[in-house]
Design a protein around this ligand. Structure first.
Ligand SMILES: [Zn+2]
Length: 498
C-alpha cells in the first residue's frame, strides 16, 4: 500500500507538529516505504501541516538525502550561505533563520539557523533516521562549550566568487555517540516517537532538548562520546575533558620531543592533540641540539612559538666529561629557547668519580645562577649518580639554588631501587623535573603504570607537596607517535584514579 499525503499529515499531527510551528527535518525517504508522489509529497505534507505561518528547514543536502535535495529546489525555499552547515528553509521565518549564517563564529550556535530554531521554540523531526543525524546536538555542544571542541579552518568561495578563509570556532571532533541520548530525551518527555509509513519518526522540542542535555552535560561532559577504548577520536576527546583537570594541578606537563618523532611538525601535532603546552628538546633530526645548525634551531623555535608550545627545558647530553665549554653553549641555547632548565648527567662509568662531578656542578651552577637558568641532574644507571642516596649527597654538597634534581624513576628501578618506597623522602624537595618513565627492575621500559617505577605513587606524593615543576613524558619505548599517545593514555588512567 502506498503512503499518501493525508496519511503523512495525520501522522505528523499525531506526533504533535502544529500549525505555525518551526521544524528542522532530517529524513530518509526510503525508510518510509513507497510514498505516492515521492519526496514532493513528504515536503507538501510538512508544509501543509505547519501552514504558511510555520517554517520548514532541512540541512542542505550532502550525499543522496532525497527529500532534502528535492526540498532545496522547491518553490519558495531559500538557502543559508555556509561552507559546512548550510540549511534550506521555507516559510514564515525562513529569511530570519538563515540570514548571516556565515557571520556567526560557530557553525551551529547562536545566530545560526540551528540556534535560532532553538530560540524560537522550534521542533526537530527525525524521519527514519536516528540521533546521529540530529545536527542541533552540535548546538548543544556549542552552548556547553565542551572542552573537546576546537577551531577549524575552512576555505570556501563566497557569493561573489572570491576565495575566502574562515576559522569556525568550537568545531566538533570526528566521532561522537549521539544515539545514546535517545533514551534520555524520551524519558525527559521532550521527544515523542511515532511512525510515518515504516519510518520511525521522532519529534523533539528543541528548546527543551537543549535544556535537558545542558544539565546532563554539566554532570558528564563525555555524554556524547563513545566508550570504545579503540576509538581514538573519543579517547582523545575524553582526554581533553579530563585534561582540563590538569589545570588544577600544581605541576606542568611536558614531553621529550624525540620520544614522539624526529619530525617537528609531527611532534607539534601530537602535543596539540593531547593539549600539552610544553616540550623538552633533546635531539633534532637525530642530532644533538649542540650540533644542530642555527638556521634549523631558528626554524624550530618559530614553529613551536607559532603553535604556542613553550620549551620546558633542553637536554643537550651535557656531562662533565665533555668539553667544559659546552655548558656555556647549553646556557646560550636555553636562553635562545627561553627554556627553564638544562639536563646534566653524571659521566658514564661508575669510577668516573663523584668528586669530579661535584666540582663540575659547583662551577657550572654558579654560572647558571648568574644566567637565571636551572641545571637539573638526572640519575643515571651505572654512574656515580645511580643511587638515590648518592644523588642526594651530590645535591647537598653542591648546595646551589641553580641545581635541582631530574628524578628518573625508571633509572632507579633499573639500578635495583624502589623509586618511591626505597628513596629518601628528603630527595623530593630537590625535584624540578619528574620523568614519566616507567620500567622493570631488569631495565626494560614499560608504559606508565606498568613497570616497577612506582610512577603513580610518585606523582601522588609530589602533588601533595604542591610540586610546581615539570612532569616530563619520556616513555623510553619505540619513540613513535602511537606509543606516545598510548603513554599519555596510560598517564591519564593513573591520574584519573588518584
Ligand atoms: Zn568514538
Amino acid at each position: 500500500m502506498k503512503i499518501t499525503k493525508t496519511h503523512i499529515k495525520r501522522a505528523l499531527r499525531k506526533l504533535g507538529l502544529k500549525r505555525g510551528a518551526a521544524v528542522i527535518v532530517h529524513s530518509s525517504l526510503s525508510s518510509i516505504g513507497e510514498v505516492e508522489g515521492g519526496a514532493e509529497t513528504v515536503i507538501q505534507a510538512l508544509q501543509e501541516t505547519v501552514g504558511t505561518t510555520g517554517t520548514v528547514m532541512m540541512p542542505y543536502p550532502l550525499g543522496n538525502a532525497t527529500i532534502a535535495r528535492v526540498f532545496s529546489g522547491s518553490p519558495g525555499v531559500v538557502r543559508s550561505f555556509h561552507p559546512t552547515h548550510s540549511v534550506a528553509a521555507w516559510g514564515a521565518k525562513s529569511e530570519e533563520f538563515i540570514k548571516g549564517h556565515i557571520n556567526s563564529p560557530t557553525a551551529c550556535g547562536r545566530n545560526t539557523p540551528y540556534g535560532r530554531l532553538v530560540a524560537a521554540d522550534g521542533y526537530i523531526l527525525l524521519l527514519g533516521v536516528d540521533q546521529d543525524r540530529n545536527t542541533t546536538l552540535h548546538t548543544v555542544e556549542d552552548y556547553a562549550d565542551l572542552p573537546y571542541l576546537s577551531d577549524r579552518r575552512v576555505e570556501y568561495t563566497d557569493q561573489s566568487g572570491r576565495k575566502q578563509v574562515k576559522v569556525l570556532k568550537k568545531y566538533p571532533g570526528p566521532h561522537r555517540n549521539f544515539i545514546g541520548v535517545d533514551r534520555l530525551l524520551l524519558e525527559a518527555g521532550v521527544m515523542k516517537i511515532g511512525k510515518i509509513g515504516n519510518a520511525v519518526a521522532r519529534l523533539i522540542k528543541s528548546k527543551q532538548m537543549v535544556k535537558v542535555l545542558l544539565k546532563e552535560l554539566k554532570k558528564n561532559p563525555a555524554l556524547f562520546l563513545c566508550d570504545n577504548p579503540n576509538c581514538m577520536d573519543c579517547v582523545m576527546q575524553r582526554w581533553k575533558i579530563s585534561g582540563l583537570n590538569l589545570k588544577g594541578e600544581p605541576f606542568r606537563l611536558t614531553a621529550v620531543n624525540d620520544e614522539i618523532s624526529g619530525d617537528t611538525d609531527a611532534v607539534i601535532s601530537a602535543l596539540k592533540k593531547e593539549g600539552i603546552q610544553y616540550v623538552e628538546l633533546r635531539t633534532v633530526g637525530g642530532k644533538s641540539l649542540l650540533e644542530t645548525p642555527e638556521k634549523v634551531l631558528q626554524e624550530l623555535k618559530e614553529k613551536l612559538s607559532g603553535a604556542k608550545i613553550a620549551i620546558s627545558g633542553i637536554d643537550a647530553d651535557i656531562t662533565p666529561d665533555r668539553n667544559p665549554r659546552i655548558l656555556e653553549k647549553g646556557i646560550a641555547l636555553a636562553k635562545f629557547f627561553s627554556a627553564e632548565y638544562i639536563v646534566i648527567r653524571p659521566p658514564s662509568g661508575k669510577k668516573n668519580g663523584r668528586e669530579k662531578l661535584v666540582e663540575y656542578l659547583k662551577k657550572t651552577s654558579a654560572l647558571a645562577e648568574k644566567e637565571g637558568i636551572t641545571l637539573v641532574l638526572e640519575n643515571m644507571t651505572d654512574t656515580c649518580g645511580a643511587g638515590s642516596k648518592d644523588c642526594l649527597e651530590i645535591l647537598k654538597t653542591v648546595n646551589s639554588p641553580a641545581l635541582r634534581f631530574a628524578f628518573n624513576p625508571a633509572h632507579f628501578a633499573a639500578s635495583g631501587e624502589k623509586p618511591f618506597i626505597g628513596t629518601p623522602t628528603s630527595l623530593r624537595k630537590w625535584i624540578r623535573v619528574l620523568y614519566v618513565n616507567d620500567g622493570l627492575f631488569s631495565g626494560d621500559a614499560r608504559l606508565p603504570g606498568y613497570g616497577n617505577a612506582e610512577i603513580k605513587e610518585l606523582i601522588s606524593i609530589m602533588r601533595c607537596r604542591s610540586f610546581n615543576g615539570f612532569l616530563s613524558l619520556k616513555p623510553g619505548l619505540d619513540r613513535t607517535i602511537n606509543t606516545f599517545h598510548k603513554a599519555v593514555r596510560a598517564l591519564q588512567k593513573l591520574m584519573e584514579t588518584m
